[in-house]
Design a protein around this ligand. Structure first.
Ligand SMILES: Cc1ncc(COP(=O)(O)O)c(C=O)c1O
Length: 384
């Protein structure tokens, strides 16, 4: 047992995450779980075969700290194909144990006591605690409701001499919004003028709809001199349990990120990296993803068209926001619990992603599910 008076919490406000809470509640009540962001369909057999192959081949010892050369080379080729520039596989790409580890390593590399990081709310839940753990201060700036685009005037006016980092996320969890080309231009102006670094969470890079282009910081030479871009194989290849990701940053920035990474996890699962290196060489393994998820998105909306929930526009990710203000005026956390316990569908309330718990009567539903799951969930939602 820890001795309470010797243990002073560094994160006194933090409890169990909403994702764990809602998934547990869904399991207890046998509800369909559209809360946490993970697919309920199998991953490609080919990928499983590759991992098994490398395990049998005996590739079961530590990988190099920065990632296997094979995987870093495949990542560089993929970035060249998509964003038209080739990062140095040796010096600018680091393989991590999921995007979460990369996010933490970047924040720990940049933020020191008293430093400020701009966080755009509603924000993915790992950013602010990672800043706080370094003694830094997250400066929360709301995205504009209801479109959830950045308000560049407010962002500019929030910069102080202590501002070090702006954390961005597009396509955006939890709202499903996605940046437009103008947002990247605004970001470029901001980072050049204020000498800021950028942490760009792009784990949903391939989940972008209606023919739009993902606005990556890697596509703009001036921004990428200041940026660390974070990606997740778990999200891309429907294998969230594998916890494999990577971060791309300029050489000097990567060197600092690697110093943290080597003491966090040192390296990432070797056979998985070797399998992913092979798998990435076939662009058809990721190029179909926008269409694949758009079909699920369109089906989910079609199934809900007669419900009393009102969908908000979804430009990317596998999350759909539904406005329930026409059904109830319960606070969103209460509504999410009620929906799970009484109606058998679990979703995530949006207020928990805001530091000030703004409540717009919105719930987030994950549609990375089999058609049958989506049909069953929609049937229950339409009865409300
Ligand atoms: C915006 C965002 N960033 C990062 C992550 C974490 O990715 P990983 O599972 O690769 O750590 C998630 C997972 O839900 C996410 O939604």
């Amino acid at each position: 047992m820890p001795v309470p008076h010797l243990l002073q919490s560094k994160l006194p406000q933090v409890g169990t995450t909403i994702f764990t809470q809602m998934s547990a509640l869904a399991a207890t009540h046998g509800a369909i779980n559209l809360s946490q962001g993970f697919p309920d369909f199998p991953i490609d057999d080919d990928l499983i075969e590759r991992v098994a192959y490398y395990m049998r081949l005996g590739r079961n010892q530590y990988a190099p700290m920065t990632g296997t050369p094979q995987l870093r080379t495949s990542i560089a080729a993929k970035i060249e194909r998509i964003y038209g520039y080739t990062p140095d596989a040796e010096k600018e790409i680091t393989v991590t144990s999921g995007a979460t580890e990369a996010l933490y390593a970047v924040i720990a590399a940049v933020i020191g006591p008293g430093d400020e990081a701009l966080v755009l709310d509603p924000a993915y839940d790992s950013y602010a605690p990672a800043v706080a753990l370094q003694g830094g201060k997250p400066i929360h700036i709301p995205l504009q409701y209801p479109g959830f685009r950045p308000d560049w005037n407010v962002i500019r006016s929030s910069i102080t001499p202590r501002s070090r980092l702006i954390i961005i996320n597009t396509p955006h969890n939890p709202t499903g919004s996605a940046w437009q080309p103008d947002d990247l231009l605004q970001l470029e102006e901001l980072v050049l003028q204020h000498k800021l670094l950028v942490l760009s969470d792009e784990v949903y890079q391939h989940l972008i709809y209606d023919g739009q282009q993902h606005q990556s910081v890697l596509s703009r030479p001036e921004i990428r001199k200041h940026a660390a871009a974070v990606f997740s194989f778990g999200k891309t290849f429907h294998a969230t349990g594998w916890k494999a990701g990577y971060v791309v940053a300029p050489e000097a920035f990567s060197a600092e990120i690697r110093k943290v990474h080597q003491y966090l996890t040192f390296s990432t699962h070797t056979p998985t990296q070797l399998a992913l290196a092979d798998y990435l060489q076939k662009p058809e393994n990721y190029e179909h993803l926008p269409q694949f998820y758009q079909k699920k998105h369109d089906l989910f909306l079609e199934l809900l068209k007669d419900s009393r929930f009102k969908p908000l526009p979804c430009n990317g990710t596998y999350f759909q926001l539904l406005d329930y203000s026409g059904i109830s005026n319960k606070p969103d956390v209460e509504m999410a619990r009620w929906l799970t316990v009484e109606k058998g569908v679990a979703a995530i309330p949006i207020s928990v992603f805001y530091v000030d718990k703004q409540d717009h009567c919105l719930l987030r539903f994950c549609f990375a599910k089999q058609e049958e799951t989506l049909r069953k969930a929609a049937e229950l939602l339409c009865k409300i």
